[in-house]
Design a protein around this ligand. Structure first.
Ligand code: NAD
Length: 398
Protein backbone atom coordinates (compact mmCIF):
# COMPACT_ATOMS: atom_id res chain seq x y z
CA UNK A 1 0.00 0.00 0.00
CA UNK A 2 1.29 3.47 -0.79
CA UNK A 3 1.06 5.96 2.09
CA UNK A 4 -2.46 7.37 2.46
CA UNK A 5 -4.19 10.29 4.11
CA UNK A 6 -6.08 9.03 7.15
CA UNK A 7 -9.01 11.09 8.43
CA UNK A 8 -11.03 10.12 11.46
CA UNK A 9 -14.02 7.96 10.58
CA UNK A 10 -16.65 7.38 13.22
CA UNK A 11 -19.63 5.17 13.66
CA UNK A 12 -21.63 6.99 16.28
CA UNK A 13 -19.04 8.10 18.77
CA UNK A 14 -16.62 5.24 18.15
CA UNK A 15 -13.74 5.71 15.71
CA UNK A 16 -13.53 2.87 13.26
CA UNK A 17 -10.01 3.64 12.05
CA UNK A 18 -6.76 4.79 13.62
CA UNK A 19 -3.87 7.06 12.73
CA UNK A 20 -0.42 5.42 13.00
CA UNK A 21 1.50 8.65 13.51
CA UNK A 22 -0.94 9.89 16.16
CA UNK A 23 -0.64 6.55 17.95
CA UNK A 24 3.15 6.73 17.73
CA UNK A 25 3.17 10.16 19.34
CA UNK A 26 0.87 8.98 22.12
CA UNK A 27 3.27 6.15 22.89
CA UNK A 28 6.29 8.51 22.74
CA UNK A 29 4.57 10.87 25.17
CA UNK A 30 3.96 8.05 27.63
CA UNK A 31 7.55 6.85 27.25
CA UNK A 32 8.74 10.38 28.06
CA UNK A 33 6.70 10.40 31.27
CA UNK A 34 7.93 6.94 32.32
CA UNK A 35 11.57 7.77 31.57
CA UNK A 36 11.38 10.98 33.56
CA UNK A 37 9.70 9.30 36.51
CA UNK A 38 12.55 6.78 36.54
CA UNK A 39 12.77 6.21 40.25
CA UNK A 40 15.55 4.48 42.18
CA UNK A 41 16.07 0.80 42.57
CA UNK A 42 15.05 -1.71 39.99
CA UNK A 43 11.73 -3.49 40.22
CA UNK A 44 10.43 -6.37 38.14
CA UNK A 45 12.78 -7.59 35.41
CA UNK A 46 10.57 -9.94 33.39
CA UNK A 47 7.07 -8.61 32.94
CA UNK A 48 4.07 -10.04 31.11
CA UNK A 49 1.13 -7.73 30.43
CA UNK A 50 -2.13 -9.31 29.28
CA UNK A 51 -4.16 -6.57 27.57
CA UNK A 52 -1.01 -4.58 26.73
CA UNK A 53 -1.95 -2.52 23.68
CA UNK A 54 -4.15 0.31 25.01
CA UNK A 55 -5.31 1.94 28.25
CA UNK A 56 -3.97 0.73 31.57
CA UNK A 57 -2.17 -2.30 30.14
CA UNK A 58 -0.15 -0.23 27.65
CA UNK A 59 0.74 2.32 30.33
CA UNK A 60 1.82 -0.46 32.71
CA UNK A 61 4.02 -1.98 30.05
CA UNK A 62 5.65 1.38 29.28
CA UNK A 63 6.18 2.13 33.00
CA UNK A 64 7.89 -1.27 33.47
CA UNK A 65 10.08 -1.01 30.38
CA UNK A 66 11.10 2.65 30.37
CA UNK A 67 10.94 3.16 34.13
CA UNK A 68 12.80 0.00 35.14
CA UNK A 69 14.40 -1.52 32.01
CA UNK A 70 12.10 -4.53 32.33
CA UNK A 71 11.87 -7.07 29.52
CA UNK A 72 8.22 -7.08 28.50
CA UNK A 73 5.92 -9.45 26.67
CA UNK A 74 2.52 -8.05 25.72
CA UNK A 75 -0.62 -10.02 24.84
CA UNK A 76 -3.57 -8.29 23.14
CA UNK A 77 -6.24 -8.70 20.51
CA UNK A 78 -5.91 -6.12 17.75
CA UNK A 79 -6.75 -5.93 14.04
CA UNK A 80 -3.74 -5.61 11.73
CA UNK A 81 -3.91 -3.34 8.67
CA UNK A 82 -5.68 -4.80 5.67
CA UNK A 83 -5.20 -3.11 2.31
CA UNK A 84 -6.40 0.47 2.65
CA UNK A 85 -8.09 -0.32 5.99
CA UNK A 86 -6.02 0.88 8.89
CA UNK A 87 -5.13 -1.33 11.83
CA UNK A 88 -6.67 -0.69 15.25
CA UNK A 89 -4.99 1.82 17.56
CA UNK A 90 -3.60 -0.88 19.87
CA UNK A 91 -1.80 -2.44 16.93
CA UNK A 92 -0.15 0.86 15.93
CA UNK A 93 0.64 1.62 19.58
CA UNK A 94 2.55 -1.63 19.75
CA UNK A 95 4.36 -1.08 16.44
CA UNK A 96 5.61 2.22 17.91
CA UNK A 97 6.50 0.60 21.22
CA UNK A 98 8.53 -2.13 19.50
CA UNK A 99 10.38 0.43 17.39
CA UNK A 100 11.34 2.54 20.39
CA UNK A 101 12.29 -0.53 22.45
CA UNK A 102 14.63 -1.68 19.68
CA UNK A 103 16.21 1.75 19.53
CA UNK A 104 16.59 1.90 23.31
CA UNK A 105 17.97 -1.64 23.63
CA UNK A 106 14.95 -2.94 25.54
CA UNK A 107 13.49 -6.39 24.96
CA UNK A 108 9.83 -6.19 23.90
CA UNK A 109 7.81 -8.92 22.19
CA UNK A 110 4.09 -9.26 21.63
CA UNK A 111 1.45 -11.86 20.89
CA UNK A 112 -1.67 -10.80 19.04
CA UNK A 113 -4.38 -13.32 19.84
CA UNK A 114 -7.40 -14.15 21.96
CA UNK A 115 -6.09 -14.24 25.54
CA UNK A 116 -9.06 -16.34 26.63
CA UNK A 117 -8.05 -19.22 24.34
CA UNK A 118 -5.80 -22.15 25.18
CA UNK A 119 -3.86 -21.59 21.94
CA UNK A 120 -2.87 -18.06 22.99
CA UNK A 121 -1.86 -19.27 26.45
CA UNK A 122 0.28 -22.02 24.91
CA UNK A 123 1.95 -19.55 22.56
CA UNK A 124 2.61 -17.16 25.44
CA UNK A 125 4.04 -19.92 27.64
CA UNK A 126 6.42 -20.91 24.83
CA UNK A 127 7.52 -17.28 24.39
CA UNK A 128 8.03 -16.83 28.13
CA UNK A 129 10.09 -20.01 28.32
CA UNK A 130 12.24 -18.83 25.40
CA UNK A 131 12.72 -15.19 26.36
CA UNK A 132 11.39 -14.16 29.72
CA UNK A 133 11.54 -16.93 32.32
CA UNK A 134 11.14 -16.70 35.19
CA UNK A 135 8.37 -14.10 35.24
CA UNK A 136 8.36 -11.82 38.24
CA UNK A 137 5.33 -9.69 37.37
CA UNK A 138 2.14 -10.47 35.47
CA UNK A 139 -0.35 -7.68 34.92
CA UNK A 140 -3.83 -8.69 33.86
CA UNK A 141 -5.52 -5.73 32.15
CA UNK A 142 -8.09 -7.21 29.79
CA UNK A 143 -11.30 -5.36 29.00
CA UNK A 144 -13.47 -7.29 26.61
CA UNK A 145 -17.14 -7.45 25.73
CA UNK A 146 -17.03 -11.21 25.16
CA UNK A 147 -15.24 -14.43 25.97
CA UNK A 148 -15.44 -17.82 24.33
CA UNK A 149 -14.88 -20.23 27.20
CA UNK A 150 -11.93 -22.49 26.40
CA UNK A 151 -13.45 -25.58 28.06
CA UNK A 152 -17.11 -25.35 27.04
CA UNK A 153 -16.86 -23.39 23.77
CA UNK A 154 -19.75 -21.20 25.02
CA UNK A 155 -19.60 -17.53 23.93
CA UNK A 156 -20.34 -15.24 26.90
CA UNK A 157 -21.31 -11.61 26.26
CA UNK A 158 -20.92 -9.15 29.09
CA UNK A 159 -23.69 -6.68 29.93
CA UNK A 160 -23.44 -3.26 31.57
CA UNK A 161 -26.61 -3.24 33.63
CA UNK A 162 -27.88 -2.63 37.14
CA UNK A 163 -28.92 -5.54 39.32
CA UNK A 164 -32.26 -5.98 41.07
CA UNK A 165 -33.99 -2.81 39.92
CA UNK A 166 -33.94 -0.41 36.99
CA UNK A 167 -31.52 2.49 37.23
CA UNK A 168 -32.31 5.97 35.98
CA UNK A 169 -29.68 8.63 35.66
CA UNK A 170 -28.26 11.16 33.26
CA UNK A 171 -25.60 10.63 30.67
CA UNK A 172 -24.15 12.29 27.61
CA UNK A 173 -25.47 10.95 24.35
CA UNK A 174 -22.07 11.05 22.77
CA UNK A 175 -22.77 11.63 19.10
CA UNK A 176 -25.52 14.21 19.57
CA UNK A 177 -23.79 15.82 22.62
CA UNK A 178 -27.09 15.93 24.46
CA UNK A 179 -27.47 15.40 28.18
CA UNK A 180 -30.28 12.90 28.41
CA UNK A 181 -32.01 10.75 30.96
CA UNK A 182 -31.35 7.02 30.69
CA UNK A 183 -33.15 4.15 32.30
CA UNK A 184 -31.53 0.76 32.22
CA UNK A 185 -33.50 -2.33 33.06
CA UNK A 186 -32.02 -4.80 35.53
CA UNK A 187 -29.85 -7.64 34.31
CA UNK A 188 -31.14 -11.18 34.11
CA UNK A 189 -29.36 -13.93 36.07
CA UNK A 190 -27.83 -15.09 32.79
CA UNK A 191 -26.48 -11.63 32.03
CA UNK A 192 -24.91 -11.46 35.49
CA UNK A 193 -23.32 -14.89 35.06
CA UNK A 194 -22.10 -14.04 31.56
CA UNK A 195 -20.49 -10.79 32.74
CA UNK A 196 -18.70 -12.65 35.52
CA UNK A 197 -17.53 -15.22 32.96
CA UNK A 198 -16.03 -12.44 30.79
CA UNK A 199 -14.68 -9.91 33.30
CA UNK A 200 -14.37 -12.00 36.48
CA UNK A 201 -11.29 -13.81 37.73
CA UNK A 202 -11.48 -17.23 36.07
CA UNK A 203 -9.30 -16.41 33.10
CA UNK A 204 -6.72 -14.61 35.28
CA UNK A 205 -6.52 -17.71 37.47
CA UNK A 206 -6.08 -19.93 34.41
CA UNK A 207 -3.11 -17.83 33.30
CA UNK A 208 -1.40 -17.85 36.68
CA UNK A 209 -2.02 -21.54 37.26
CA UNK A 210 -0.64 -22.35 33.81
CA UNK A 211 2.61 -20.46 34.51
CA UNK A 212 2.91 -22.01 37.97
CA UNK A 213 2.39 -25.50 36.54
CA UNK A 214 5.12 -24.87 33.97
CA UNK A 215 7.53 -23.61 36.64
CA UNK A 216 7.80 -20.21 34.93
CA UNK A 217 7.24 -17.99 37.98
CA UNK A 218 10.16 -16.45 39.84
CA UNK A 219 10.44 -16.66 43.62
CA UNK A 220 8.40 -13.74 44.98
CA UNK A 221 6.43 -13.47 41.69
CA UNK A 222 3.54 -11.01 41.79
CA UNK A 223 0.41 -10.58 39.77
CA UNK A 224 -2.05 -7.70 39.54
CA UNK A 225 -5.46 -7.12 38.01
CA UNK A 226 -7.24 -3.79 37.75
CA UNK A 227 -10.58 -2.68 39.07
CA UNK A 228 -12.64 0.45 39.66
CA UNK A 229 -14.87 1.57 42.52
CA UNK A 230 -15.77 5.22 41.97
CA UNK A 231 -18.34 7.48 43.63
CA UNK A 232 -21.90 6.61 44.55
CA UNK A 233 -23.47 8.22 41.46
CA UNK A 234 -21.91 5.43 39.40
CA UNK A 235 -22.53 2.55 41.81
CA UNK A 236 -25.88 1.31 40.42
CA UNK A 237 -24.27 0.83 37.02
CA UNK A 238 -20.74 -0.01 38.13
CA UNK A 239 -19.99 -1.28 41.62
CA UNK A 240 -23.45 -2.70 42.32
CA UNK A 241 -24.16 -3.68 38.71
CA UNK A 242 -23.11 -6.60 36.53
CA UNK A 243 -19.55 -5.33 36.04
CA UNK A 244 -19.23 -4.85 39.82
CA UNK A 245 -20.21 -8.49 40.35
CA UNK A 246 -17.48 -9.51 37.93
CA UNK A 247 -15.00 -7.31 39.79
CA UNK A 248 -16.04 -8.89 43.12
CA UNK A 249 -15.18 -12.23 41.54
CA UNK A 250 -11.84 -10.77 40.45
CA UNK A 251 -11.14 -9.65 44.04
CA UNK A 252 -12.05 -13.09 45.33
CA UNK A 253 -9.64 -14.57 42.80
CA UNK A 254 -6.92 -12.18 43.98
CA UNK A 255 -7.35 -13.41 47.55
CA UNK A 256 -7.09 -17.07 46.61
CA UNK A 257 -4.21 -16.52 44.14
CA UNK A 258 -2.45 -14.49 46.82
CA UNK A 259 -2.67 -17.40 49.27
CA UNK A 260 -1.36 -19.85 46.67
CA UNK A 261 1.50 -17.66 45.47
CA UNK A 262 2.50 -16.74 49.02
CA UNK A 263 2.65 -20.39 50.05
CA UNK A 264 4.47 -21.63 46.95
CA UNK A 265 6.80 -18.77 46.06
CA UNK A 266 6.53 -16.05 48.66
CA UNK A 267 4.64 -14.15 45.96
CA UNK A 268 1.50 -12.03 45.88
CA UNK A 269 -1.68 -11.35 43.92
CA UNK A 270 -3.41 -8.02 44.25
CA UNK A 271 -6.22 -6.06 42.75
CA UNK A 272 -5.36 -2.43 42.11
CA UNK A 273 -8.19 0.11 42.19
CA UNK A 274 -7.39 2.60 39.45
CA UNK A 275 -8.69 6.04 38.62
CA UNK A 276 -11.48 6.54 36.07
CA UNK A 277 -9.87 7.46 32.74
CA UNK A 278 -11.03 7.74 29.16
CA UNK A 279 -10.41 4.44 27.41
CA UNK A 280 -12.28 2.51 24.77
CA UNK A 281 -13.71 0.32 27.53
CA UNK A 282 -14.81 3.05 29.95
CA UNK A 283 -16.46 5.34 27.37
CA UNK A 284 -18.91 2.54 26.64
CA UNK A 285 -20.35 2.56 30.17
CA UNK A 286 -23.51 4.70 30.54
CA UNK A 287 -23.15 7.66 32.98
CA UNK A 288 -19.34 7.40 32.88
CA UNK A 289 -18.76 9.99 30.08
CA UNK A 290 -20.66 12.63 32.10
CA UNK A 291 -18.79 11.71 35.26
CA UNK A 292 -15.44 11.79 33.41
CA UNK A 293 -16.20 15.18 31.85
CA UNK A 294 -16.86 16.62 35.32
CA UNK A 295 -13.97 14.77 36.96
CA UNK A 296 -11.55 16.11 34.36
CA UNK A 297 -12.64 19.69 35.07
CA UNK A 298 -12.40 19.33 38.85
CA UNK A 299 -9.10 17.39 38.92
CA UNK A 300 -7.48 19.82 36.48
CA UNK A 301 -8.59 22.80 38.54
CA UNK A 302 -6.97 21.19 41.56
CA UNK A 303 -3.85 20.20 39.60
CA UNK A 304 -4.23 16.49 40.36
CA UNK A 305 -5.40 15.08 37.00
CA UNK A 306 -3.77 11.79 36.00
CA UNK A 307 -3.74 9.62 32.87
CA UNK A 308 -2.98 5.89 32.82
CA UNK A 309 0.77 6.52 32.48
CA UNK A 310 0.92 8.66 35.64
CA UNK A 311 -1.11 6.00 37.45
CA UNK A 312 1.17 3.23 36.21
CA UNK A 313 4.30 5.15 37.24
CA UNK A 314 2.86 5.61 40.73
CA UNK A 315 1.95 1.94 40.85
CA UNK A 316 5.55 0.95 40.20
CA UNK A 317 7.22 3.61 42.35
CA UNK A 318 4.95 3.25 45.38
CA UNK A 319 3.90 -0.37 45.28
CA UNK A 320 6.12 -2.53 43.08
CA UNK A 321 9.66 -1.15 43.21
CA UNK A 322 12.14 -3.28 45.04
CA UNK A 323 11.96 -2.81 48.77
CA UNK A 324 8.60 -1.00 48.73
CA UNK A 325 6.12 -2.83 50.96
CA UNK A 326 2.76 -2.12 49.35
CA UNK A 327 0.28 -0.49 51.67
CA UNK A 328 -3.15 -1.88 50.85
CA UNK A 329 -6.64 -0.93 52.03
CA UNK A 330 -8.73 -2.89 54.53
CA UNK A 331 -9.76 -5.30 51.77
CA UNK A 332 -6.13 -5.89 50.68
CA UNK A 333 -6.39 -3.75 47.53
CA UNK A 334 -3.84 -1.32 46.10
CA UNK A 335 -5.43 2.14 45.80
CA UNK A 336 -4.42 4.39 42.93
CA UNK A 337 -7.80 6.15 43.01
CA UNK A 338 -6.88 8.18 46.10
CA UNK A 339 -6.79 11.52 44.25
CA UNK A 340 -10.04 10.88 42.37
CA UNK A 341 -11.77 9.89 45.60
CA UNK A 342 -10.49 12.84 47.66
CA UNK A 343 -13.43 14.46 49.48
CA UNK A 344 -12.87 17.86 47.84
CA UNK A 345 -12.68 16.35 44.33
CA UNK A 346 -15.86 14.34 44.83
CA UNK A 347 -17.64 17.32 46.39
CA UNK A 348 -16.72 19.37 43.32
CA UNK A 349 -18.17 16.73 40.99
CA UNK A 350 -21.30 16.24 43.10
CA UNK A 351 -22.03 19.98 43.20
CA UNK A 352 -21.89 20.30 39.42
CA UNK A 353 -23.59 17.01 38.54
CA UNK A 354 -27.27 18.10 38.92
CA UNK A 355 -26.66 21.41 37.16
CA UNK A 356 -25.46 19.98 33.83
CA UNK A 357 -27.78 20.39 30.86
CA UNK A 358 -27.30 20.03 27.11
CA UNK A 359 -27.01 23.83 26.84
CA UNK A 360 -24.28 24.27 29.46
CA UNK A 361 -22.46 20.94 28.88
CA UNK A 362 -19.36 22.55 27.42
CA UNK A 363 -19.32 25.45 29.87
CA UNK A 364 -19.86 23.45 33.03
CA UNK A 365 -17.91 20.29 32.27
CA UNK A 366 -14.72 19.47 30.45
CA UNK A 367 -16.56 17.55 27.73
CA UNK A 368 -14.17 19.04 25.17
CA UNK A 369 -11.27 17.31 26.94
CA UNK A 370 -13.22 14.06 27.20
CA UNK A 371 -13.90 14.18 23.46
CA UNK A 372 -10.27 15.02 22.65
CA UNK A 373 -8.98 12.30 24.98
CA UNK A 374 -11.30 9.82 23.32
CA UNK A 375 -10.22 10.78 19.79
CA UNK A 376 -6.59 10.74 20.94
CA UNK A 377 -7.00 7.06 21.81
CA UNK A 378 -7.27 6.39 18.08
CA UNK A 379 -4.40 8.70 17.17
CA UNK A 380 -6.63 11.63 16.12
CA UNK A 381 -6.43 15.27 17.24
CA UNK A 382 -2.94 14.57 18.55
CA UNK A 383 -0.77 17.68 18.82
CA UNK A 384 1.87 18.02 16.13
CA UNK A 385 0.37 15.55 13.65
CA UNK A 386 -0.43 16.87 10.17
CA UNK A 387 -3.55 14.97 9.20
CA UNK A 388 -3.28 16.15 5.58
CA UNK A 389 0.03 14.31 5.16
CA UNK A 390 -0.12 10.76 3.76
CA UNK A 391 1.16 8.13 6.21
CA UNK A 392 2.25 4.52 5.88
CA UNK A 393 -0.58 2.42 7.34
CA UNK A 394 0.65 -1.02 6.33
CA UNK A 395 3.00 -1.45 9.25
CA UNK A 396 4.26 -4.74 10.54
CA UNK A 397 4.52 -5.68 14.20
CA UNK A 398 8.07 -6.99 14.25
P1 NAD B 1 -8.78 -0.91 27.12
O1 NAD B 1 -9.98 -1.17 26.29
O2 NAD B 1 -7.99 0.32 26.86
O3 NAD B 1 -7.74 -2.14 26.99
C1 NAD B 1 -8.16 -3.47 26.88
C2 NAD B 1 -7.00 -4.35 26.46
O4 NAD B 1 -7.47 -5.70 26.44
C3 NAD B 1 -6.43 -4.07 25.06
O5 NAD B 1 -5.03 -4.29 25.07
C4 NAD B 1 -7.11 -5.15 24.20
O6 NAD B 1 -6.38 -5.53 23.04
C5 NAD B 1 -7.11 -6.28 25.20
N1 NAD B 1 -8.08 -7.35 24.88
C6 NAD B 1 -9.44 -7.25 24.80
N2 NAD B 1 -9.96 -8.46 24.50
C7 NAD B 1 -8.91 -9.31 24.38
C8 NAD B 1 -8.81 -10.71 24.09
N3 NAD B 1 -9.86 -11.49 23.87
N4 NAD B 1 -7.55 -11.25 24.04
C9 NAD B 1 -6.44 -10.48 24.24
N5 NAD B 1 -6.49 -9.17 24.54
C10 NAD B 1 -7.72 -8.61 24.61
O7 NAD B 1 -9.28 -1.02 28.62
P2 NAD B 1 -8.84 -0.35 30.02
O8 NAD B 1 -9.84 0.69 30.35
O9 NAD B 1 -7.39 -0.04 30.04
O10 NAD B 1 -9.13 -1.57 31.01
C11 NAD B 1 -8.15 -2.45 31.48
C12 NAD B 1 -8.51 -2.86 32.91
O11 NAD B 1 -8.48 -1.68 33.74
C13 NAD B 1 -9.92 -3.44 33.04
O12 NAD B 1 -9.90 -4.47 34.00
C14 NAD B 1 -10.73 -2.26 33.58
O13 NAD B 1 -11.86 -2.66 34.31
C15 NAD B 1 -9.68 -1.63 34.50
N6 NAD B 1 -9.96 -0.22 34.87
C16 NAD B 1 -10.29 0.71 33.93
C17 NAD B 1 -10.59 2.00 34.35
C18 NAD B 1 -10.99 3.06 33.34
O14 NAD B 1 -11.52 4.11 33.77
N7 NAD B 1 -10.72 2.87 32.07
C19 NAD B 1 -10.52 2.36 35.71
C20 NAD B 1 -10.14 1.39 36.63
C21 NAD B 1 -9.87 0.09 36.21
Amino acid sequence: MPPQIVKRRSRGFICVNAHPEGCRRNVERQIAVASEARPGPAAPRNVLVIGASTGYGLASRIAAAWGYDARTLGVFFERPPDGDKTATAGYYNTVALHERAKRDGLFAASINGDAFSDACKRETIAAVRRELAPLDLIIYSLASPKRVHPRTGVAHNSALKPIGQPFSSRTIELDSEKVVGVTLGPATEKEIADTIAVMGGEDWRMWIEAFAAEGLLAPGARTLAYTYIGPEVTWPIYRDGTIGRAKQDLEQTARSLDATLAAKLGGHAWVSVNKAVVTQASAAIPVVPLYLSLLSRVMREKGVEEYPIEQACRLFADFLAEGSAPVTDEAGRIRLDDREMRADVQAGVAALWPQVTTENLRALTNFAQFQRDFRNLFGFEVKGVDYDEPVETDLSLD
